[in-house]
Design a protein around this ligand. Structure first.
Ligand SMILES: Cc1ncc(COP(=O)(O)O)c(C=O)c1O
Length: 380
């Protein structure tokens, strides 16, 4: 039986050349960049060079990049670190109801434990935030707005440059979680988001797991969330994961510009999946047909639950997801689907197909042959 991987939004394989570039850092370059002796200084020089290379890709200053353990930590540093740094100015945060838990859980924690108030912007039925609703929600005590560039579960692209513009006009810092956006959409430089903080992750673009970065527009400095040494310019304590950092930098250089998720190649494949979803009785596409990551096609299949659907697909060799990998295994309807307030509350029957570098027409044809029967069986 063939295997069809359609879960590129969950993670991607480590690219062979990225892996090759990382190998010296798991071997002969093993020094601690903070050590003052020669072995440490060699590691430091390569870390500094990595930061310069990352800054070149993003079009920012090297000092504006903090290397982290991935998208979750970057988003945590952006939200917790900014809220705590600016709390004397105000304690109001704004985010959207469809953010990744890496942002939502920080906001909930700040509200529960640290006296912050959070406004959750609603989305329309396509999962999109309206700039007008943001403009209305900003108050004199608002210190941070966090809205993702593209949604991991349904692929909806947010009007981030516009949202960032509103924040800038009103003097409020803006964070965007660009984890799903980078490598999939056209990229000029990091300033195109109009954001003060941008979260980045390596493993969604054929880099290693456990590596990421946060762009922080100077001169702003969030409070650290990890305490210890003065690494990363006192913004993130802990000996740097140099192999992971080099893997991230290599992946950024190779796969952000032009995006490794090639739209010309993926659009016809995604269109076939969309047509399939549209012609299956009772099955409902979710997300935006216009403002969507090209690689992502999500749908609800009322009368089934997603665990049964995913297991049925898996048995046929098709690896898909029910949206957020973090809630896989849970029967709770996804918060993203709930936020869409669809008339048909088939909310725990979500399936997400996310195409990528190795997806082929032949694989999509196999899905076309297989999915109708998997749904029929799951409905039984
Ligand atoms: C939109 C979004 N933000 C953040 C993350 C978390 O990234 P990481 O897996 O690197 O912690 C993910 C990963 O699923 C994501 O899709």
């Amino acid at each position: 039986m063939q295997t069809v991987y359609l879960d590129y939004n969950a993670t991607t394989s480590l690219d062979a050349e990225v892996r090759e570039a990382m190998l010296p850092f798991l071997g002969k370059v093993w020094g601690n960049p903070s050590s003052v002796h020669h072995t440490g200084r060699q590691a430091r020089a390569l870390l500094d060079e990595g930061r310069e290379r990352a800054a070149k890709v993003l079009g920012c200053k090297p000092s504006e990049i903090v290397f982290t353990s991935g998208g979750t930590e970057s988003a945590n540093l952006a939200v917790l670190g900014t809220a705590r740094r600016l709390k004397a100015k105000g304690r109001h945060l704004i985010t959207s109801s469809v953010e990744h838990p890496a942002v939502l859980q920080c906001c909930a924690y700040l509200a529960r434990q640290e006296g912050f108030e959070v406004t959750y912007l609603p989305v329309n039925q396509e999962g999109m935030v309206s700039p007008a609703s943001l403009a209305e929600a900003i108050r004199s005590d608002t210190i941070l707005v966090s809205v993702m560039a593209a949604n991991n579960e349904i692929g909806t692209i947010q009007p981030v440059p516009e949202l960032g513009g509103i924040c800038r006009e009103r003097g409020v810092l803006f964070h965007t979680d660009a984890v799903q956006w980078l490598g999939k959409e056209p990229f000029g430089d990091v300033h195109q988001f109009n954001a003060d903080l941008v979260s980045i992750c390596a493993h969604k673009i054929h880099g290693p797991k456990g590596a990421g970065a946060l762009f922080i527009r100077s001169p702003f400095q969030p409070d650290p969330i990890l305490f210890g040494g003065s690494h990363e310019n006192e913004r993130r304590a802990g000996t740097e994961n140099l192999a992971g950092i080099i893997g991230l930098v290599e992946a950024m250089e190779r796969f952000i510009h032009p995006p490794v998720f090639n739209k010309e190649r993926l659009a016809p494949l995604a269109d076939r999946l969309l047509c399939l979803v549209d012609r299956l009785p009772g099955v409902q596409f979710v997300g935006s047909r216009r403002q969507r990551l090209t690689n992502t096609v999500s749908f609800l299949a009322p009368g089934c639950d997603s665990i049964a659907l995913l297991a049925g697909l898996d048995m046929e060799g098709i690896r898909a997801s029910s949206g957020s990998a973090c809630s896989a295994g849970s029967l709770e309807p996804s918060h993203v689907i709930q936020a869409l307030r669809l008339p048909e509350q088939a909310s725990n029957s979500l399936v997400r197909f996310s195409l990528g570098r190795n997806s082929t027409l032949q694989e999509v044809e196999y899905v076309e042959e297989t999915l109708p029967e998997v749904i029929r069986r799951a409905r039984k």
